[in-house]
Design a protein around this ligand. Structure first.
Ligand code: IDP
Ligand code: MG
Length: 154
């Protein structure tokens, strides 16, 4: 099954939205297979946001992402990369669709509460960037047969 990386950004911690956001992901039916708090280094951010290097706002984004530790999650589910992107909403939070995490709780382009991998290829690079193999868990989800039908579960 697909896995995707989620980061709850410093604004989520400062605004006491960690539980709300994790709860939404959990209730959707996504399986938590990794979860930890970590302080992001300059080096890790340069790699993680390499597509933003050279953009005028990049130094501020990096400083923002280091203001507090972040919560990193690895989620598992059928086609979960796209699903989690849909739940998050677009980057510019004040225009994100109602019902999405950014659309419900944020106004900013920068402080938009959550990061999630943007494609399966990106997720495959991002999950091992943030989690060691022993920090990821496989376990039976007893509700899985109610979350997916048989053909969706491979
Ligand atoms: P995404 O988080 O929706 O995938 P990206 O374009 O990958 O968006 O940008 C990564 C993060 O960089 C954004 O979530 C946001 O925090 C920040 N960012 C992106 N564009 C801007 C901008 O124009 N101004 C300020 N911050 C930005
Ligand atoms: Mg992105």
């Amino acid at each position: 099954m697909e896995r995707t990386l989620v980061l709850l950004k410093p604004d989520a911690l400062q605004r006491d939205l960690v539980g709300e956001i994790i709860s939404r992901l959990e209730r959707k039916g996504l399986k938590i297979v990794g979860l930890k708090m970590m302080q992001l280094s300059e080096e890790l951010l340069n790699e993680h946001y390499s597509h933003l290097v050279g953009r005028p706002f990049f130094p501020e984004v990096k400083s923002f992402m280091q203001q507090t530790p972040v919560i990193a999650l690895c989620l598992e589910g059928t086609e979960c990369v796209d699903t989690v992107r849909l739940l998050c909403g677009i980057t510019k939070a004040r225009e994100a669709a109602p019902g999405t995490i950014r659309g419900e709780f944020a106004m900013s382009v920068q402080a938009n509460l959550i990061h999630c991998s943007d494609s399966l290829e990106t997720a495959k690079a991002e999950v091992p960037r943030f989690f060691q193999p022993e920090e990821l868990f496989s376990y039976d989800d007893i509700l899985e047969r109610y979350i997916y039908n048989t053909s969706e579960r491979e």
